[in-house]
Write a protein that binds this ligand. Structure first.
Ligand code: COI
Length: 368
């Protein structure tokens, strides 16, 4: 039997461009002036197909158009799907750079293995993203907006049995984007959900798959009902340990000078999370990955042992969290406004991404 999951072979995929007529410049300028998040799309998309027999083929960057799927496509029934999120940043000289896209390529391959989808070689992932940004460079907005890139793979085989699909499609969308949270300047309020979990040990919590986000929507709804911006998930076993927020990792600053974040396992290995841990010492903070109990968060916020809390993710960047709500009541962090360490880390991160300061770690990757 032919294995339905391709190995990580070096790729021959080049994602050659077949350009279509671009959107008129004045119409594009109007869209770029206030794009919001995830609603506006550029002129093109990257695409490739995969079958168990042929492997990856039919790659290219072509005009954005609807995808045709058989109603029995496995993704529609069994959620065999993965995705990524990264951004293209306009640099001061007008060029365009990505931020650590190699980490997204590696995580995409990890997610593919977990969801029994074909693994796209890292060089093909980078080629797809790069060729799309080059062709649609005019869609990269001025800071602080960015061109959000959404690579994905979906199982397209029309088959209702439960097994890894023998056909899949890969794509990359490009979407000019403003801030993910409109209220992030004043700080977010998070709902600590006591019952609804996002992920369990041995599950898919460390993969970036649509199912994780679908499973989180109910808790997000409860959060909204309590007038919170997002939910803070606790672990699925004891409902006691901090995991991640709906679309972001969570980090805490302690009075002892630590930058603390829950360990990997059932949470996503965020590129922003990882970058902040590597930047911490330059900010006089000791990076610490360890379990954090919700009691420690509550007591620490009250006693001052925890001085700041923030969320980190590609879409959300760094969003201060200033208040938590839970069934028993609510508590603020610090004085209820964004803290200085949070703002300093965010300042350095976005300056790095937008090319406003030197990049000694080589995290910026010029593409256009
Ligand atoms: C990202 O930060 O790129 C994410 O994946 C969040 C997204 C689900 C909105």
């Amino acid at each position: 039997m032919v294995s339905s999951v391709a190995g990580p072979r070096p790729s021959t995929l080049r994602f050659a461009a077949t350009p279509v007529a671009p959107t008129a410049a004045d119409q594009r300028a109007t869209l770029l002036a206030d794009p919001g998040f995830g609603r506006v799309f550029s002129d093109h998309m990257a695409l490739a197909s995969w079958t168990a027999e042929q492997g990856w083929h039919d790659d290219g960057v072509r005009g954005l158009e609807p995808m045709t799927l058989h109603p029995a496509a496995a993704v529609l029934h069994y959620a065999q799907e993965i995705f990524e999120g990264l951004k293209a940043y306009r640099q001061p000289d007008g060029s365009v750079a990505l931020f650590r896209p190699d980490l997204n390529a590696a995580r995409f391959a990890h997610s593919a293995r977990r969801l029994s989808l074909p693994e796209l070689p890292a060089d093909a992932f980078l080629a797809a993203v790069t060729e799309l940004v080059r062709l649609d460079a005019a869609w990269v907005p001025e800071p602080p907006a960015t061109l959000y890139l959404r690579p994905f793979t979906v199982a397209t085989e029309a088959f209702l049995g439960v097994r890894p699909a023998d056909e899949a499609r890969f794509g990359v969308l490009a979407s000019p984007a403003g801030p993910y949270f409109s209220g992030r300047e004043v700080g977010l309020t998070l709902w600590i959900d006591p019952t609804l979990s996002r992920a369990a040990p041995g599950g898919t919590g460390d993969a970036k798959c649509g199912g994780n986000y679908a499973a989180g929507l109910a808790a997000q709804g409860v959060a909204r009902a309590h007038e919170c911006d997002q939910v803070l998930f606790l672990d699925a076993v004891e409902h006691r340990w901090l995991e991640e927020s709906g679309t972001m990792n969570v980090l805490l600053v302690t009075a002892a000078g630590e930058l603390v974040t829950p360990p990997l396992g059932t949470i996503l290995d965020g590129v922003t999370r990882r970058s902040l841990l590597e930047m911490a010492t330059d900010h006089g903070l000791t990076p610490v990955e360890r379990p954090v109990a919700v009691d420690e968060l509550r007591e620490g916020a009250r006693s001052g042992a925890i001085t700041e809390v923030f969320a980190a993710g590609t879409a959300a960047v760094i969003s201060p969290i200033v208040r938590f709500r839970e069934p028993a009541g609510e508590f603020a962090v610090g004085d209820g406004t964004p803290g200085p360490r949070t703002l300093a880390l965010r300042g350095e991160l976005v300056d790095l991404q937008f090319g406003r300061i030197p990049d000694p770690r080589g995290w910026r990757v010029p593409v256009a």
